[in-house]
Design a protein around this ligand. Structure first.
Ligand code: ZN
Length: 438
């Protein structure tokens, strides 16, 4: 709650004041990382980095970028062992095809949550308002977390499983949605668009007078998704950009601009190893200013974007950005007519030990090929273990082939696109952008 009040005020600060706040927080984070983690102590020393530089933003350019492989190799050494409240493991990187384990602490989590609530307030959605989730998530939190969550959920939340989207299921979802009368809907744009498309096709009219906004996140929101969703639900669609490992990076305001959560996240746009200026596109590189448990300094998101010059008409001083290319997800189709969000197969795969990279391809006859690149020759995952993890998702009717390969070729467009399907169902329109590469 304290962080939330803090962020509620700071969003109106002038850009220069926010920049000063970032400098201060960056300086503190760097000093902390140098003092309390073996990894950063070595990394700073090797690069003759000035830990106490006054202009931390400029000095930051002397630290190498942080990629997933480096985190994988040095994960334990990146942790602050004395983190108040401890750190706990998290997994991510599913849709990039490169699983990643990392650690998160309570303070960072509270800030990310406060930033999320702030973005809800932009649409007049308050803490405690009813929110419907169209989401799929692996079971990975601890029991106490589960109990706390249960308490909150019973009163204010309803979860519909985005991994189970058969036409029959979607009819049930629309009924539940109307009974629940949410103030907001939250989920993957592709899944919400699928539900909206189904409702439109069925001619099923919804009466949702309390609905103020639809929050989409987790993947690129295409204009046609946005249009279908807002048309069907008669509410604005608002896009959030972030990830578990990098934090709540940015959110779209009612004026349609994606504002960086500048108080918690420092964003750089990098091309050919150099920081580019506003308006120029490059890789989005993020430093979470409040991640003390496991500092992530100059983390490469793999997404392409740019910072936008100027000020937004909404009056907020938070910098603006655009995400040009990011994660895209596809669906898998089962012979019984059910539709599986790509993440439903990504989640079990990314938690397998010994998997460095994977790719899932579905052919037009419903058969599925899973390509796996092993972490190393000694600790390679077995085909049986891969099968055990994906069969509960695919069922036994689907022909499954698992190949252990040396490498997975990059797609022509360079897009992260590791689950694709060639199955086309007459009732489902697969967006051109999604189906046409690879
Ligand atoms: Zn704005």
């Amino acid at each position: 709650m304290r962080y939330q009040r803090e962020l509620r005020d700071s969003q109106w600060l002038a850009p220069t004041q926010l920049y000063a706040l970032q400098q201060e927080k960056l300086k503190r984070l760097i000093a902390h990382a140098a003092e309390n983690t073996n990894f950063y102590r070595d990394r700073f020393a090797q690069n003759q980095f000035d830990v106490h530089a006054d202009d931390a933003v400029s000095e930051l350019m002397n630290i190498p970028l942080l990629d997933k492989q480096t985190i994988r190799d040095h994960c334990e050494d990146m942790i602050w062992q004395q983190t108040p409240g401890g750190v706990y493991a998290n997994y991510t990187g599913g849709s990039s095809g490169e699983p990643l384990k990392f650690y998160i602490d309570k303070r960072r989590q509270a800030y990310d949550q406060a930033a999320r609530m702030r973005s809800h307030e932009w649409y007049d959605v308050r803490v405690g308002d009813r929110e419907l989730y169209l989401w799929g998530s692996p079971i990975e939190h601890t029991r106490t977390d589960t109990l706390k969550r249960m308490r909150d959920w019973i009163t204010h939340h309803q979860l519909l499983d985005a991994f189970e989207m058969s036409p029959e299921r979607m009819d049930i979802y629309l009924n539940k949605l109307e009974r629940f009368q949410p103030a907001s809907i939250y989920g993957y744009p592709s899944s919400i668009a699928l539900l909206a498309e189904h409702g439109l096709e069925q001619g099923r009219k919804l009466n949702l007078p309390n609905l103020k906004a639809i929050f989409v996140t987790g993947e690129i929101c295409y204009p046609h998704h946005r249009q279908t969703i807002s048309e069907y639900f008669s509410a604005p669609v608002t896009n959030g950009y972030g990830s578990r490992e990098a934090g709540f990076i940015a959110h779209e305001c009612p004026e349609g601009n994606l504002h960086v959560t500048a108080e918690n996240v420092f964003v750089e746009i990098i091309r050919d190893g150099k920081r580019v200026s506003e308006g120029q596109a490059g890789e989005i590189v993020v430093t979470h200013l409040d991640a003390y448990g496991m500092p992530m300094i100059r983390y490469q998101t793999g997404d392409i974007g740019k910072l936008k010059p100027g000020r937004c008409a909404c009056g907020r001083g938070l910098p603006m950005m655009d995400v040009v290319e990011g994660r895209t997800t596809d669906f898998l189709y089962l012979p019984d007519g059910s539709i599986k969000h790509a993440l439903s197969i990504i989640y079990p795969l990314r938690e397998l030990e010994g998997v460095k990279q994977f790719r899932v391809l579905q052919q037009a006859d419903y058969s599925v090929t899973v390509d796996i690149v092993c972490e190393n020759k000694k600790a390679c995952v077995t085909r049986e273990a891969v099968a055990r993890s994906v069969l509960p998702v695919l069922g036994h009717e689907v022909d499954l082939q698992i190949d252990l390969v040396d490498r997975i070729p990059v797609t022509r467009s360079g897009k992260f696109h590791y689950v694709t399907s060639d199955v086309s169902l007459p009732t489902i329109t697969i967006p051109q952008e999604i189906s046409s590469d690879d």
